[in-house]
Design a protein around this ligand. Structure first.
Ligand SMILES: Cc1cc2nc3c(=O)[nH]c(=O)nc-3n(C[C@H](O)[C@H](O)[C@H](O)COP(=O)(O)O)c2cc1C
Length: 214
């Protein structure tokens, strides 16, 4: 089949205003629970994060969502990485979930804050030891000559921490919270007349719900 002929109609569900939660985080939770239960992917918490540098040049990558609530959506990363450096100079961020077998997507926009040392330490302590060592071993987003050098960095760190029950939090590793000011829910419908609803924070910090044209 020619690429341009690959398409389908979205027929399985509808999204109606009366079914929507008042708060977008409640609505997100409903859809996220459905997506998790549907086992669409081996990584149900994976989301694409878009960041931009101070000139507006955008980059994207997958990270794992580790928690969410009214405050925002939290992921963890190397704080010297490209994404973290971009977010330090330009806090605008977008997250995207594509739940295509459910004919759904969610797009989140806002700006970020960096978690405190205490929050970072608490989450870091919960990670598997090998992931903790890897966090020390990798200068994320920097170039490296070959795989053997990376493996050697890991081994060096493993030996360094061999006698220690707890591996300390690297000072260059932590959580980032995307504080949303806009969340959009998309449900595919027949003939490209999809259902789209956006929640946007207004000047008085209330969520304004709108239906968008598809
Ligand atoms: C399924 C999956 C999950 C990932 N989870 C994370 C994560 O939680 N944190 C992270 O820093 N990178 C994660 N990565 C790697 C990132 O996509 C990316 O390669 C890395 O963070 C470097 O991005 P940057 O150079 O744009 O900063 C994950 C990749 C995949 C495919």
């Amino acid at each position: 089949m020619k690429l341009e002929d690959i398409r389908r109609d979205y027929l399985s569900q509808q999204l109606n205003r009366k079914d929507l939660a008042e708060h977008p985080i409640d609505q997100f939770e409903r859809w996220f629970d459905v997506a998790k239960l549907a086992e669409l992917s081996a990584d149900p918490t994976a989301m694409v994060i878009a960041t931009a540098d101070k000139h507006g040049r955008i980059s994207q990558r997958v990270v794992l969502l580790k928690s969410f609530d009214e405050q925002g959506f939290v992921f963890y990363t190397n704080l010297h990485s490209k994404k973290a450096r971009q977010l330090a100079e330009n806090p605008h961020c977008s997250a995207h979930f594509a739940w295509l077998p459910l004919e759904r997507q969610v797009a989140i926009e806002g700006s970020v804050e960096f978690l405190s040392d205490a929050e970072n330490a608490a989450y870091f302590a919960s990670r598997p030891r090998a992931s903790q060592i890897a966090a020390w071993a990798s200068q994320q987003s920097e170039t490296i000559s070959d795989r053997a050098t990376l493996d050697a960095h890991y081994q060096q760190r493993e030996e360094e921490f061999a006698g220690q029950a707890q591996i300390p939090l690297p000072p260059f590793w932590g959580g980032i919270r995307l504080r949303p000011d806009y969340i959009e829910f998309w449900q595919g419908r027949a003939s490209r007349l999809h259902d789209r609803f956006s929640y946007a924070l207004n000047d008085t910090a209330e969520w304004q719900l709108s239906r968008l044209q598809p």
